[in-house]
Structures are given as structure tokens and as C-alpha cells.
Design a protein around this ligand. Structure first.
Ligand code: PNS
Length: 173
């Protein structure tokens, strides 16, 4: 088998236990895994800066010796080529993810036929977890402790003011 470097690209705003689970799975099958944070996402204003997201990812993936973190801009295929990567890792949580992921994989194949996209499934307990839901639930005071790594939980607490993260009781006195 040739040496395979894979890129795990994404927005990671913030990284979740689902992302971490995928990093762990990717680290087992690839020789080297580069988690790559997209710098200029079209998803709107992120909660965390690119640097904060990269720092959180570096901290939580530290136990995996063959996983590193980078940031990128522009086309994923160009970044993959620069890094000598021959595979792209993406997570599929549900069939509904597949349509978008399939389109991206095919577009990336069109742009670089040498780059293979590999889909992996996170643990079942994380199939409903997304960064978007994590942010929304946390901002409304919901308990997401078991869905993000402790390092991410800490940063979320510093980003989101405590008064917003506290649910109101609704009780009238
Ligand atoms: O976590 P996300 O937001 O689903 O990740 C999307 C990402 C970063 C993988 C995708 O938007 C991407 O690769 N963007 C880089 C630009 C690019 O290469 N576009 C063509 C691929 S369709």
C-alpha cells in the first residue's frame, strides 16, 4: 500500500465530538490526516475565528500522533495537491448528507481525478450533532456537554455571555 495522506476539510465552527470521532477513525486508516479549516467560508459570520477553530482542533486531536491541523483558502483540490494528499475524508451522518457530499465529491473529482473522496460514518450517538445545532442550543442555555470536547465547551463559555446561556424559568412571581 502506498503512503496515504488525507485531508479532512470543513468549517468546524465549532468542532464537535462528531468531528473528533471522525478524526479518530481517519487516523486509523490513513498514514497522515490533515484537518483543514476553510478560512473564507460562505456560511456567514462564524462564531469562532479561523485561528480559534484551528487551536481547538489542534488541542483535541493532540492524542492522535498522525493528525495535524491547517487552514486553507481557495479550492480544496489545490490545497490537497500542495500537501501531497491523495484522499479527502468527509463524514456522512445520514442519507440526507449524501446528496451534497456526492455533488462535492464529483466536483472535486472533475477538478482533480487523482483525488479520492472517502466517506466515513461517525458513531451512532453523534449522528444528529452539527456545529449549527450546538451553537443554537448552547446560546439558549441547553446542555451540550456530552456533544463537544471539554476544550470546546470552555471556549463556548467564553464566547457566549452567561446571561444568554442561562434559560429563563418562565415562572411568574
Ligand atoms: O464543514 P463544511 O462547511 O460542510 O465544509 C465544506 C467544505 C469546506 C469542505 C467545502 O466548502 C470546501 O471544500 N470548500 C473549498 C472550496 C472548494 O474547493 N469548492 C469546490 C468543492 S465543491
Amino acid at each position: 500500500m502506498p503512503h496515504v495522506t488525507a485531508i479532512y476539510p470543513g468549517t468546524f465552527d465549532p468542532p464537535t465530538n462528531g468531528h473528533l470521532d471522525l478524526c479518530m477513525r481517519g487516523s486509523r486508516i490513513f498514514d497522515r490526516l490533515i484537518v483543514a479549516v476553510l478560512r473564507n467560508s460562505s456560511k456567514g459570520v462564524p462564531l469562532f475565528t479561523t485561528q480559534e477553530r484551528a487551536e481547538m482542533l489542534a488541542e483535541i486531536t493532540q492524542p492522535f500522533g498522525n493528525v495535524s491541523v491547517a487552514t486553507f483558502d481557495g479550492l480544496l483540490v489545490d490545497f490537497a495537491r500542495q500537501q501531497g494528499a491523495t484522499a479527502v475524508l468527509r463524514g456522512i451522518r445520514a442519507v440526507s448528507d449524501y446528496e451534497y457530499e456526492f455533488q462535492m465529491a464529483m466536483m472535486n473529482r472533475k477538478l482533480d481525478p487523482q483525488l479520492e473522496t472517502v466517506f466515513m460514518q461517525p458513531a451512532e450517538k453523534y449522528t444528529y450533532v452539527s456545529s449549527r445545532l450546538i451553537k443554537g442550543v448552547f446560546q439558549l442555555g441547553g446542555d451540550i456537554n456530552s456533544l463537544v470536547p471539554p476544550a470546546v465547551m470552555e471556549r463556548l463559555r467564553t464566547k457566549v455571555p452567561a446571561n444568554i446561556a442561562q434559560p429563563e424559568t418562565g415562572a411568574s412571581t
